[in-house]
Design a protein around this ligand. Sequence first.
Ligand code: CTP
Length: 237
Amino acid sequence: MSSPPPTSSSGNPLRFLVTAGPTWEPVDEVRFLGNRSSGRLGAAIAEALAARGHRITLLRGPATTDPAPSPHQTDLRFQTAAELEELLARHWPAHDVLIMAAAVADFRPIRQAGSPRKIRRRDGPPSIELEPVPDLLAGLASIDHPGTRIGFALEPAEDLEAAALRKLAAKTLHAIVANPLETMEADGIDGTLLHADGTSTRPGPEPVTKSAFAGWLADEVIDLHRRRITASGPPTA
Ligand code: CTP
């Protein structure tokens, strides 16, 4: 039996750009610096949006689980922050909402022409020099675009809200999902959505499954975007 066709929650389908998973920054041609992001939450958000009849471009990092195929979803892959930066620059202009769940590196190894293709044990412990990776989300704030930008902050529970609010302001976001660090490899999630207007919402008092959180977040973000667009009025010529 086939599943029922997706229905749009209200109005026309929106175009969502969702990022998920880690970046891998090469140390040599064999090794990389990465992180433990699984990409599961980003994929669940994309799935929830598709089930609501919206269009999704999913930008997905390495070693993430393949999402369920959907005619509403385009799945594009990246490995490094530079590749993700290029995909964001290319695709953000044609989307309404960005949900930036990817765990992007803050630093990457400096590699130049003379760097070895493979670091050898016989040469002893290497020192790996790092350079900063640009803040991709903050960079998108300076692009003239009416869309809604949602970030994520994974923080130690004791500093969760203050740190997430700092990032909300520093990256000029419309909202940020504040998640305690403990969420990283757990099945449940205890996230809160902090809005730029100072309000906050959460799915309930207890942690919920990632898929329940994704459905709740999809509805919140659709609602936030529609309210923003309605409040700003029709575009002027
Ligand atoms: N982010 C980004 N580009 C980076 C690093 C992070 O776009 N180079 C995005 C993430 O996708 C996430 C948000 O910024 O949506 C917060 O990421 P996080 O790593 O928590 O914040 P940082 O600004 O990197 O701060 P810090 O690592 O010092 O906590």
